[in-house]
Design a protein around this ligand. Structure first.
Ligand code: HEM
Length: 529
């Protein structure tokens, strides 16, 4: 009797189905054992296969995540194509998971996009482990609060140089803000002399970060799970995005290698300024080190130097751009700041770091600038290493944890009327109010991954804000008929966020203020730059 062909076909088919069912049952049993009866945190209903892919907000995700928090609570769980994601929506749960349990929540999701965007050298995206730790230690040695103070003269000189240039080229505001922070970072790290905003190295730093600016949560998800999209030939639709990312590779490589090697040559010829380079040369003189150790040391120091420049540029740049827009809306904030500066500093000199403790209102302006416009609205995602139980919920190992910094910084329960720029919210009885949550505890991230450049950033912001308000007046831009144009804050929606339009009119507060700036500038340039 003939046996029908389809019966043979059915045997492997049946085996395959049984195998899949067994795998599924095994995964459920193992999941239950791992979860020990704890449920996953609440979240939107998951669809078969794609899970919550459609619930991931595509545009300005920090807004959508804030809405998820309102609907499901401060701990919301999402799953996209098998990847667990936890969205934390209040400072208390963020601090609890990302600070107190930092040993388990300081990993990063390793993404091929980071290499594609030329950021492979950047330890902000490296997984938790020895290699990351060595980078972080090397960075911290040169940027902890004590050492950061030694860079104040450079930061002050560039802040003033920026303002002198602004006197002459008020329409170049954006380029000059970028110049201020990038040139100061290049000086601190490589002892590089950059004297104006047209220097090619300013553009190099800008383009080196451009790839990261393009990354959004939804694009990241898409490319994570369909990595082939990153390798499409140029002529295929959809390849443009990958091309934009890869444009950052050459400038980043230049920063890591060429700028470092130039600084090394200068140090070998007797230059004193470039501390990271000097450190490397000192170490390479130690004959006890093996060739491999020295090579890895060199790579780490090169990476760390480049991160300090890139990290030190765009973040502060975006914050100050937002601040200019806010100030143009609030003449009363400028008046209060100027009254304080006139009392503490007076008209015959410019503000200095030693004035900081007496400049309560200026410190409040810096805090409000960090709160009002967030350059990293969702920080940088963390990742858990092991299974955990949190508030009675099961958090699987490998969960991506997103702290919604923007959501907290704009929560009316923490900061009433959060969209209004109001430095007074931080002041009580003439002093900074310790009962108001410091936005620095939100916007610089958390735990073992907290921003190690925060002291450097805070100093750059303080001296820029104090010097600016002491000498300039900022008003809205004017239309063709001379009428003021009101520009609302619209933050771009990438991984790094920038005001889309921050046009404003800048002019010196008085002829005396302009003269004071120019006079101090000549002396400063000779001493520091
Ligand atoms: C307004 C200015 C700045 C803001 C808002 C900011 C914010 C952040 C945030 C949110 C993170 C991620 C923290 C986390 O994972 O929890 C971070 C990491 C980092 N930042 Fe900053 N940052 C600023 C300025 C700077 C500056 C000036 C530097 C360098 C001098 C810098 C260097 C870094 C580095 C190296 C990391 C990676 C840390 C790691 O993964 O271990 N940042 N920053």
């Amino acid at each position: 009797m003939a046996i029908p062909l389809h019966s043979f076909m059915n045997v492997p088919c049946a085996f395959a189905i049984c195998f899949l069912v067994l795998l599924y049952l095994r995964s459920i049993i193992s999941w239950r054992a791992r979860a020990r009866g704890s449920p996953l945190p609440p979240g939107p209903k998951r669809l078969p296969l794609v899970g919550n892919l459609l619930s991931i907000p595509r545009f300005k995700p920090w807004l959508g995540f804030r809405d998820l928090t309102a609907q499901y609570g401060e701990i919301t769980y999402l799953e996209v194509l098998g990847q667990s994601i936890l969205v934390l929506g209040s400072p208390s749960v963020i601090f609890e998971l990302l600070e107190k349990r930092s040993a388990n929540s300081s990993d990063r999701t390793v993404s091929p996009l980071i290499q594609l965007a030329g950021q492979g050298y950047n330890f902000a995206f490296m997984p938790y482990g020895q290699f990351w730790r060595r980078h972080r230690r090397a960075f911290w040695q040169h940027f902890h609060s004590g050492v950061s103070e030694s860079y104040w003269p450079i930061q002050q000189a560039y802040a003033r140089d920026f303002l002198v240039k602004l006197l002459d080229k008020p329409t170049q505001l954006r380029n000059l803000i970028r110049y201020n922070f990038s040139a100061a970072a290049m000086k601190v790290v490589y002892d590089a002399e950059i004297v104006d905003e047209q220097d090619d190295r300013i553009e190099m730093i800008d383009v080196g970060f451009a790839g990261l600016r393009e990354l959004t949560v939804s694009v990241q998800m898409l490319l994570e799970f369909l990595p082939v999209l990153g390798n499409l030939p140029d002529w295929m639709p959809g390849s443009g995005f990958a091309r934009t990312l890869t444009r950052s590779q050459a400038p980043s490589d230049h920063l890591v290698h060429v700028e470092f090697n130039t600084a090394r040559t200068n140090v070998e010829q007797g230059a004193k300024g470039a501390f990271l380079v000097s450190e490397l040369l000192a170490r390479s003189g130690q004959t006890t080190q093996t060739k491999e150790v020295l090579e890895e040391d060199e790579l780490i120091l090169k990476n760390v130097a480049a991160v300090a420049v890139e990290g030190g540029s765009d973040t502060t740049f975006s914050t100050v751009e937002g601040l200019f827009l806010a100030l143009s809306h609030h003449p009363e904030v400028q008046k209060k700041a100027q009254a304080e500066l006139d009392t503490v500093v007076g008209p015959h000199r410019l503000p200095e770091f030693s004035d900081r403790d007496s400049l309560v209102y200026i410190n409040a302006v810096v805090k409000e600038a960090l709160r009002w416009h967030n350059v990293l609205p969702l920080g940088v995602g963390h990742r858990t290493v092991e299974d955990d139980e949190f508030h009675g919920y099961f958090i699987p190992a490998g969960t991506t944890v997103i702290g919604n910094a923007w959501g907290c910084a704009h929560d009316p329960a923490i900061y009433p009327d959060p969209d209004t720029f109001n430095p007074d919210r931080f002041i009580k009885d003439g002093q900074l109010d310790p009962n108001v949550l410091d936005p620095a505890s939100l916007v610089f991230g958390w735990g073992r991954r907290i921003c190690p450049g925060r002291f450097f950033a805070d100093a750059a912001l303080f001296i820029t804000v104090a010097s600016l308000l002491h000498t300039f007046e900022i008003t809205p831009p004017l239309d063709a008929y001379g009428n003021p144009i009101r520009i609302e804050l619209d933050a771009s929606h990438g991984f790094l966020s920038y005001p889309v339009d921050s046009r404003c009119t800048v002019k010196p507060r008085s002829p005396e203020a302009a003269a004071l700036l120019r006079a101090s500038h000549v002396q400063e340039i000779e001493e520091v730059l």
